[in-house]
Design a binder for this molecule. Structure first.
Ligand code: GDD
Ligand code: MG
Length: 360
């Protein structure tokens, strides 16, 4: 038996308004919740039992996944009454685990799409007789992540979460959000209070001389932190750049779910996803965007790199680029929205040509 924990309790503030009704890990990426992509990949790597560490809107997870049998795993829910942070959430699931004290436990951040070799990471943890193994990847700008320098043998030297000064940028290797913990180590995390695994537990383990190793994997990796990341993840799944057993064999330039209606002369491109019951009108162009179930794009509208929520309407001739439109919102004909504009669920923008932009 191999057990995995998914940390899915965060509020997803940066993805509002999409996360007003849906917790971030449950937002459909190419039509499938991030959590489902992760469960499918974990299962492929031999995981048979998954504990979901929930806090924000736990019922959304249980209504969708039930006991996990439809997804080929046994699923258990561990819900925090108040959010306990990443480390507190890991400690909170300890009583739900059934593995032996020396067994490996996989722990995933719930908002990451990755193609890394999960089974390979567990094997390396065994080969190294490690206490904890951290999946690491390299990025151009590491500042928004946990920095994890390693020595020539792959031993982790330090853990710097979201460094603020230039001197702290000592590596481009970052924590990619998948850990293998020796089961018994989870019990040493303090219980009953908020704990950050990144700021408190990893530095503490290193100071105590625990064997913490890095597993560097340069496969596909994306943290779904912002709307633009989210759009990119959806695009990459649709075009097959991001691997997911929940969406096998993708190679196309767009993906249209059954029950959607797309006009013959509409153009779908750049990894666009069209959800069930969505419609795209005559002459509309939808590029690199994600249309949730029942979204409607009227004739002649242009939508680029945007997320259009369930049942939302984009009026004729409107122009949207890098925008999030909340569920059931209406963007009237001829509106122009660009660069990070967000329309809250249910809001209706009238027929005037509003031009709105912001830097976020
Ligand atoms: N159950 C529970 N309770 N889950 C939580 C809580 C909590 O209180 N707080 C956060 N989480 C979950 C989130 O839902 C998310 O899936 C995961 O823990 C990580 O939290 P984020 O808020 O997304 O963290 P981040 O993206 O800023 O940084 C983390 O991920 C980076 C890689 O994606 C850190 O682990 C960084 O070190 C890392 O580089
Ligand atoms: Mg994150």
């Amino acid at each position: 038996m191999l057990e995995a924990v998914l940390l899915v309790g965060g509020q997803g503030t940066r993805l509002r308004p999409l996360t007003v009704t849906t917790p971030k890990p449950m937002l459909p990426v190419a039509g499938v919740p991030c959590t489902e992509h992760q469960i499918a990949r974990a299962r492929e790597a031999g995981v048979t039992r998954v504990i979901l560490g929930t806090s924000y809107k736990p019922e959304v997870f249980s209504e969708y996944f039930g006991d996990g049998s439809r997804f080929g795993v046994e699923l258990v829910y561990a819900t925090e009454d108040v959010p306990l942070g990443t480390g507190g959430a890991i400690r909170h699931v300890a009583p739900y685990l059934e593995s032996d004290p020396d067994a490996p436990i996989l722990i995933f951040n719930g908002d990451v799409l990755s193609g890394h070799d999960i089974a390979g990471q567990v094997q390396r943890w065994r080969d190294d007789s490690a206490d904890v193994s951290l999946y690491l990847t390299r990025v151009d700008d590491p500042r928004a992540y946990g920095l994890v320098p390693t020595d020539a043998d792959g031993r982790v030297l330090s853990f710097l979460e979201k460094p603020t000064t230039a001197e702290e940028i000592v590596t481009d290797q970052i924590n990619a959000g998948c850990y293998v913990f020796r089961r018994s180590l989870i019990d040493v995390i303090p219980r009953g209070r908020p704990v950050s695994v990144e700021r408190e537990i990893f530095p503490g383990l290193l100071a105590a001389g625990a064997v913490v190793t890095g597993f560097v994997d340069d496969g596909y990796w994306l943290d779904l932190g912002t709307p633009l990341d989210f759009v990119k993840g959806s695009r990459d799944l649709v075009t097959g750049r991001a691997p997911s057993p929940a969406l096998p064999g993708r190679t196309g330039d767009f993906l249209v779910r059954p029950g959607a209606e797309v006009a013959d002369d509409a153009i779908l491109t750049g990894g666009t996803f069209v959800g069930a019951g969505a419609t795209v009108g005559s002459g509309a162009v939808v590029d690199g965007s994600s249309l949730f179930d029942g979204a409607m794009i009227a004739a002649g509208a242009h939508v680029r790199d945007s997320v259009i929520g369930s049942g939302a309407i984009v009026g004729a001739g409107a122009y949207l680029d890098g925008v999030v439109v909340g569920d059931r919102a209406v963007v009237g004909p001829g509106n122009e929205l660009i660069r990070g504009a967000r329309v809250w669920p249910g809001v209706a923008l009238g027929e005037t040509a509003v031009r709105f932009s912001s830097d976020r």
